[in-house]
Design a protein around this ligand. Sequence first.
Ligand code: NAD
Length: 247
Amino acid sequence: MDLGIAGRTALVTGASGGLGLASAQALASAGVRVALVARSADRLNAAAATVEGDPVTITADLSQPGDIDDMLTASRQALGGIDILVANAGGPPPGNFASTDLGAYPDALQLNLLSTVAMCKDLIPSMQERGWGRVVAITSISVRQPIDQLILSNTARAGLTAFLKTTATEVASDGVTVNTVQPGLHATDRLTQLYDDLEVVASRLPTGVLGDPGDFGRVVAFVCSESARSITGASIPVDGGAAQGLQ
Ligand code: NAD
């Protein structure tokens, strides 16, 4: 399927592995020139070797606002205008109401909410000027159904979804779409960190199997496609049927 985005440019954060890397791979397969962002230069270089075209790598820690500013400057220098932002990072530490100190919240909100707000504030105005843009944030199915023992993630991602939904309405008439894609359980490092037995975890899903990161990346690339121009303000679950609510 021709996504109609060959020649576009994309900034993909949290892209040295997992769902971010899979999204970068799918965009690059569609002819998009991609900049991959993560903390480790070694991991980024290994990841870039799996991405088609001529990917750029930029090291930055999204928990550090200064790093984000520098990364945005470097990505503009490397790619010129940025047409597509895939905003992603690692998840915050697990914990529940009782075990999570107040002091843990600002870090989680920086990593999984404010980093994306900062990237949107920087990149969306130039997308609006050019009359074309795509923003996709990788959040979590927890926005539909909060996940036990992930109170920081549940809180940050709900806030991010509200920010992006509000922004989507404001910029829609300028050709910029803003969406979230909500992963359920996918076979990545994040899942190995959170759960001991992935077979048991998979058996609880309606599909009975963990999501494939490659499939997830192709969903993200489709949301960035020309044909998806009318999809905006949406939150798209990719969860093997895990969320049980009607919406
Ligand atoms: P992952 O941990 O496998 O990969 C995260 C990526 O982000 C890596 O490239 C990592 O190096 C990078 N990263 C982490 N912290 C960073 C930081 N401070 N600055 C820059 N880069 C950073 O995660 P994943 O499984 O690919 O998931 C992606 C996102 O989706 C995460 O936020 C995760 O919590 C969320 N999520 C994942 C699942 C799942 O089943 N995999 C389910 C629900 C939500």
